[in-house]
Design a protein. Sequence first.
Length: 123
Amino acid sequence: MKVLAKLMAGQVALWCVFWLIGTPLALLWYASGLCTVVGCGIGEPTVEAVLLALFALTSAIIPFISVATWRSASKYPRQARWQTALAIGAKLCAVISALLAAIGLAVLLYMVFVFIYADVDRF
């Protein structure tokens, strides 16, 4: 719990939050979403269920990691211009990632609603 508290308070180094947590999480999100859309698991419902679960999990976690990235970037030292540009770039990536993940989660929840409504309407 202390690690999560430090993460959300921005007390973890920016490079650690961005490269070690945010980037692998974003790659998992992109890969699972792309495989779901393209149909990597067609014919195997287990694979498709795992991909959808992974997409939903990463879509829910990315906004929290984006907040942690934003807070770490706000506390990043800015003695040189390139450090300021790095902090602004990290904040921009955090905002874009959070928005895309929120849209992805909304689409997934809409799909679940439509499928449940169609199943209930069938009776």
